[in-house]
Design a protein around this ligand. Sequence first.
Ligand SMILES: NC(=O)c1ccc[n+]([C@@H]2O[C@H](COP(=O)([O-])OP(=O)(O)OC[C@H]3O[C@@H](n4cnc5c(N)ncnc54)[C@H](OP(=O)(O)O)[C@@H]3O)[C@@H](O)[C@H]2O)c1
Length: 267
Amino acid sequence: MILVTGATGTIGSHVVRLLTDRGVPFRAMSRRERPGGVRADFDDPASLAGAVAGVDTVFLVTVPPVPTADHDIDLITAARAAGVRKIVKLSAIGSGKLFDGATVGEWHVAAEEAIEASGLVWTMLRPPSFASNFLRYRALIQAGEPIPNLTGDSRQAIVDPRDVAAVAVAAMTSDAHDGQRYDLTGPKLLTFTDQAAILERVLERLVKIIDVSALDQLPTGMITGISWARAGGAAYVTDDVLRVLGRPAGTFEEWARDHQEALAAMP
Ligand SMILES: NC(=O)c1ccc[n+]([C@@H]2O[C@H](COP(=O)([O-])OP(=O)(O)OC[C@H]3O[C@@H](n4cnc5c(N)ncnc54)[C@H](OP(=O)(O)O)[C@@H]3O)[C@@H](O)[C@H]2O)c1
């Protein structure tokens, strides 16, 4: 039995679809009551016991409103008490790098360290920006308004969230990825301007961008990571998706073509 946390979110919903297609038994966790799912809330640690009962492997997605590893740590505690064997954690690229006197992804690092110290089997997934982040901007794109560029002229190998989910499922359903940390990049380095140009081509409409350099207005947990990426820290490509899935990572253009309708729909 697999517990999928963040099951209604970007990566978790793809994980749920893949596990369903493969007939792998799983339990989808949400803060809301959902058919066939389990209701639990990281803000209510006692609720986690029911979610992990009888579970062998956890896909761990945390999105604490303020940067903290507490949600991860509470899950680890509940998981150990329930006899869970393995945790596959969704972390983020660059976690642990030092930038401008601060640590990128500090709370992800603390969570990863807690998992390593727990004695459980683990796999850490560290993707860069998801291609799907552009769905947040569809109202702006449709209105012809500029979308915010937080990363200046720097390049990133933006990743298709379906690839992150596919690697998560591989890690959960095989022992071959135990103890591995994967930097799950897309196949190509692109600036934000390159990404907007691809969207323009696919959507056949103008996609304007506006540079946002006042990063101190971002949520605290994002400032160091975005500043690090803006300074070029995330400008690298790995073949981790290829090595795990046996096929290359999807391109941003493929993602955009597959999501033309969603990008054109009103949010
Ligand atoms: N976006 C990016 O570009 C990017 C890049 C690299 C790494 N990451 C990492 O990816 C993770 C986010 O993954 P995602 O984008 O797939 O998530 P998401 O789309 O933001 O969805 C969040 C999920 O978490 C659940 N959730 C939120 N608060 C909860 C709580 N208190 N208790 C239980 N469940 C809760 C929500 O479920 P319900 O609402 O149904 O309860 C939802 O399923 C973060 O750790 C982030 O650092 C993101």
